[in-house]
Design a binder for this molecule. Structure first.
Ligand code: ZN
Length: 306
């Protein structure tokens, strides 16, 4: 068994409306789930991704209203990379992001920008040959749509410390730029470590909380937890997140890893054509729905049809 690249990525926002507008409208992803942070039900947990919420496409945000801007540093993911189909797609995004008054940096086969809270994002022309994981949004022609994650970049001063764990989890060294590849049968993703800035890391709005790698089921989660523990990390027990099961551990460079299962999915509590339209709560909070809804500001979904 091999992990199938990225399952999802979770970041922090200080304002749910801002991420709904940026990821759900400007970037054209679909809001595929509105729920709460299972560890803090007064906070939104919003999921954006491909039309069907496919694993490998989903970026999620915990909302902490008014959270101070964070600063990625040692032991944190600092950049998210998505795939697009072509240089023409990069042209499209360059124009669309400029129209949205965002500054962009175009390179060979890539486009870099920051989201409205400063999170570094990058689009690269896909060379993986893997199935595109796209959302269909009226303002973004399908051939230009984001196609799921290519990978993430993290800061680490001594990334070699992570080598035994990464190898145990199935990552292989790829290229000479410190990039690691996690490749399963159908999907792959990269993890690259960069030298950290001198400033102390500061979790907050616009920073990534964790990256989740994609496992088949509980058996694979258990095996990953054992490997993490054997490499000196401390994995949590398997936790039920309703849409997947997960284990969490901090890898030796300090980055919070999750391994999440693919065997449940986002249609477990609403059909695919209604994904993300209404607030879904885990069963343990359903009895408090009224109080929870009072604390959460309603969202404006950029899709007219929800
Ligand atoms: Zn997660």
């Amino acid at each position: 068994m091999a992990l199938e690249g990225i399952h999802h990525i979770t970041a922090i926002t200080g304002d749910a409306d801002t991420v709904v507008d940026f990821y759900g409208r400007v970037l054209g992803l679909r809001l595929v789930k509105q729920t709460v942070n299972f560890d803090d039900p007064t906070a939104y947990h919003l999921y954006f991704g491909a039309e069907d919420g496919a694993t490998g496409s989903v970026l999620t945000f915990f909302e902490y209203p008014g959270a101070a801007p964070g600063l990625p540093g040692e032991g944190m993911i600092h950049s998210i990379t998505w795939r697009v189909a072509s240089d023409e797609a990069l042209d499209f995004w360059q124009a669309r992001l400029r129209d949205a008054e965002m500054s962009v940096l175009r390179g060979e086969g890539r486009l870099e920008f920051r989201d409205p809270e400063g999170l570094a994002c990058e689009l690269v022309v896909d060379e993986s040959g893997e199935a595109p994981l796209t959302a269909s949004f009226a303002e973004v022609p399908l051939e230009f749509a984001l196609q799921g994650f290519a990978g993430v970049r993290a800061y680490a001063r001594e990334p070699q410390l992570s080598e035994p764990l990464l190898t145990a989890l199935g990552f292989t060294e790829s290229g000479d730029d410190g990039r690691w590849l996690l490749k399963g049968e159908r999907r792959s993703a990269t993890l690259r470590y960069d030298d950290p800035p001198l400033d102390s890391p500061r979790p907050g709005a616009g920073t990534v909380h964790h990256v989740a790698w994609s496992a088949a089921d509980d058996a694979e989660l258990g095996a990953c937890a054992e490997k993490a523990n054997a490499a000196g990390s401390r994995a949590t027990p398997i936790i039920d997140r309703d849409y997947f099961h997960a284990v969490y551990f901090r890898e030796p460079s300090g980055v919070l890893f999750e391994v999440a299962s693919r065997d449940i999915g986002f249609t477990v509590d609403e059909p695919e054509d209604e994904l993300g339209r209404s607030l879904k709560l885990p069963q343990q909070f359903e009895q408090h729905r009224e109080q929870i809804e009072q604390k959460l500001a309603p969202l404006t979904n950029p899709r007219a049809d929800g």
